[in-house]
Design a protein around this ligand. Structure first.
Ligand code: BG6
Length: 465
């Protein structure tokens, strides 16, 4: 069948999830910061639902992977939970049930002809490492992460070819140290900057460990998944443009530049130094970052960021914050996803793709997450028993349209993954908003393909739409 938007035959069509959001806590020896937060403050989670069961992937993975296969996905990303795989964080001794579980999952994906992409950190720092060392503020934790990563490469690198060091490290910085949406919910701009640096260092050290194993010889590649929120200025005024430039440097380039070029953005470093919040680093660490850049990029795109110059004086009472240099601009008439409160702006995916082409050496990259969380989807279930989520199909079409255009213009994109294959647990929003191609009934744990899943099946079969 001929299609208007044709994608390459070897394009990755898939979806992404994560260990903590899908597996459930069954048989886990340790608790992540989210497990701990839920145990101590369950009321902070939508409807009091925590990560205990999630979508039960730990028990149901064979059935779940069969459903993903039925949708036609050729690649799926999930993550290995540090708190499940490792028994002793200091020595890297592994937990036998954790090893068995991830071996089984990988083998099942491969048996079904689905390429597994394995990520090593999805906001799930072990709480013990926060309590003992201060979490990501500690360079010892950076080394423990590299040790965990090494174990993963040794155990699974014979079969897994595509690895990711971190998912959305900026969300750790923002959630834990700036805007109070991840435990420990601190507001501490100086620590945030150190964590930003340490996460870049941890990614580089994991990449270094990867290159010391046989993985590259076996055809393995390693990358990072970054959430990009392109910063658009409110107007052409030099002040608005400067505000957007700082937001772009802080939110996006702070991970993009070290990951791809091995160096930090000079304008960002200069500004943070001037503000007295620059991280501490050593020449040896900077060399590790320089020498261990990524093979590919995963880009999560949900929403743009709109900036304007500061119009009110910056409130110094909470110390330094990135907002010292910009204000959030709520553009009149913007299109919103009201359930998540995120602007819908598909063209940004084109802008991101062209930026990769022109500013990031056209490194191989893929959309590792994109998607639309909707509340109350059960009301769209039809008499045949499946959810008619036409809004999701339209959302995907619009984004794929812009991505297609950028690829026609030479951007080196090799795939598109939706968030998420099966409705999964969404941090403090729990099961409020659903994102999946496959619906989850929380009570019965029954899983049914949505209309978008059937539509995606045809897109994949036709290499486009
Ligand atoms: C991304 C994350 O930020 O967006 C996922 O990688 C997350 O973990 C997804 O679930 C959707 O966001 P949310 O907050 O609605 O779950």
């Amino acid at each position: 069948m001929s299609v208007e938007h044709e994608f390459p035959k070897d394009f990755w069509w898939g979806a992404a999830t994560s260990g903590p959001q899908s597996e459930g806590r069954f048989h886990k020896a340790h608790r992540s910061v989210f497990d701990y937060w839920f145990d101590t403050e369950p009321q902070a989670f939508f409807d009091g639902v925590g990560p205990n069961v999630a979508s039960n992937f730990y028990n149901d993975y064979r059935h779940d992977i069969a459903l993903m296969k039925k949708v036609g996905l050729n690649s799926v990303r999930t993550s290995i939970q540090w708190t499940r795989l490792i028994k002793d964080f200091e020595t890297g001794e592994t937990d036998p049930d954790g090893v068995r579980f991830y071996n089984d999952v990988i083998d099942e994906f491969l048996q079904q002809g689905i390429r597994p992409i394995l990520n090593l950190h999805h906001f799930d720092l072990p709480i013990e490492l926060y309590e003992r060392y201060g979490g990501w503020t500690s360079k010892h934790v950076v080394d423990l992460f590299a040790l965990f990563a090494k174990r993963c490469f040794e155990l699974f690198g014979d079969r897994v070819k595509d690895w990711v060091t971190f998912n959305e490290p900026m969300v750790v910085v923002e959630g834990e140290y700036l805007y109070e949406f991840h435990y420990p919910k601190l507001v501490d701009g100086k620590k945030a900057c150190q964590v930003l640096y340490n996460l870049n260092l941890a990614s580089a050290k994991a990449i270094q460990a990867f290159r010391e194993t046989d993985c590259p010889k076996l055809g393995g590649r390693i990358g990072i998944v970054l959430n990009l929120t392109p910063a658009y200025p409110r107007s052409d005024s030099p002040e608005d443009i400067a505000a957007a430039k700082f937001a772009e440097d802080y939110k996006n380039n702070s991970f993009l530049d070290p990951a791809v070029h091995g160096t930090f953005t000079k304008s960002l470093v200069d500004q943070l130094e001037k503000d007295g919040v620059l991280w501490t680093s050593t020449p040896e660490e900077l060399k590790i970052i320089k020498n261990n850049t990524v093979d590919f990029l995963g880009i999560n795109y949900y929403q743009p960021f709109r900036a304007k110059k500061r119009e009110t004086p910056f409130d110094e009472s909470r110390g330094w914050l990135p907002e010292k240099h910009f204000e959030n601009y709520e553009m009149p008439g913007r299109r919103m996803n009201p359930y998540r409160g995120w602007e819908i702006y598909p063209k940004a995916i084109y802008d991101i793709a062209i930026n990769v082409r022109d500013k990031l050496g056209n490194i191989p990259w893929y959309i590792s997450e994109n998607g639309m969380g909707v509340e109350g989807e059960e009301k769209y279930r039809n008499k045949d028993g499946f959810i008619e989520d036409d809004y999701r199909i339209d959302f995907i079409k619009e984004h794929l349209g812009w991505l297609h255009k950028a690829m026609q213009e030479g951007s080196n994109c090799f795939g598109y993954h939706l968030w998420t294959p099966i409705d999964c647990w969404s941090w403090s929003n729990a099961y409020k908003n659903r994102y999946g191609l496959i619906a989850l009934d929380l009570v019965t744990q029954q899983k049914t393909i949505k209309k978008s899943g059937y539509w995606m099946h045809d897109v994949i079969a036709n290499h486009g739409f």
